[in-house]
Design a protein around this ligand. Structure first.
Ligand code: PCA
Length: 213
């Protein structure tokens, strides 16, 4: 099995993006699966184009995209991507779409096709804080997750895919009071455990990670 794992370039004035650094630290093999790592630009549209080229070239069976969610406490396994771009800040090329569909012929939303509960359980068993998240936002991370699942639906049938958001690392919160963070080592370890759970669970486990508002 081949697993393509992507991280994002820095954005929003940050010098580093922990998603990319943690992806780079992953081993070359996890649970017998080959790990292919790549970097994605924080640019609407370009991110999906680059991912499409990578899938075409590498022909992975599983694709997991990873991005930074500054302010979140845990590694979040995203459940759903929605067909909307609504940018609070410009992307790295200066684009700031507001309420634009990502693909006119796409569904309103796609669910991740990864064993999200098994991933959370595996990470928690390894002492890495993690949770199911029910929103990936409306910026470039949702954009690429939606693009990935659109491509898996229309072009690369059978591919399993999804998205993981990771917290800030310590050096990003030095002047941000009361902001959660996690070490790069722990983030990368969490990703490794999430990938292990994906490789080892074709079907998800039935355990509640639901939320009451
Ligand atoms: N996080 C942003 C885009 C790139 C990244 O790492 C997001 O959550 O949309």
């Amino acid at each position: 099995m081949k697993v393509l794992v992507t991280g994002f370039e820095p954005f929003g004035g940050e010098k580093i993006n922990p998603s990319l650094e943690a992806v780079k630290m992953l081993p070359e093999e996890i649970s017998g699966a080959e790990i292919v790592k790549a970097s994605i630009p924080v640019v609407f549209g370009k991110s999906i184009k680059k991912l499409d080229e990578l899938i075409e070239k590498e022909k992975p069976q599983v694709v997991i995209c990873v991005g930074q969610a500054g302010g979140r406490f845990e590694l979040s396994i995203e459940r759903v991507a929605i067909n909307i771009d609504d940018a609070r800040i410009p992307d790295n090329d200066g684009n700031q779409p507001i309420d634009e569909k990502i693909f006119e012929d796409g569904e309103n939303a796609y669910f991740a096709s990864l064993p999200i509960k098994a991933m959370v359980e595996e990470m928690r068993a390894g002492s890495v804080p993690s949770a199911v998240s029910n929103t990936a936002g409306t910026y470039v991370c949702n954009n690429i997750m939606y693009g990935l699942l659109y491509l898996a639906d229309k072009k690369y049938k059978g591919i399993r895919g999804g998205f993981i958001h990771v917290p800030f690392i310590p050096e990003q919160v030095i002047t941000r009071a009361n902001t959660p963070y996690m070490s790069l080592q722990q983030i990368s370890r969490g990703l490794e455990l999430a990938i292990k759970a994906t490789v080892e669970n074709k079907e998800d486990i039935k355990v509640s990670h639901g939320k009451i508002c």
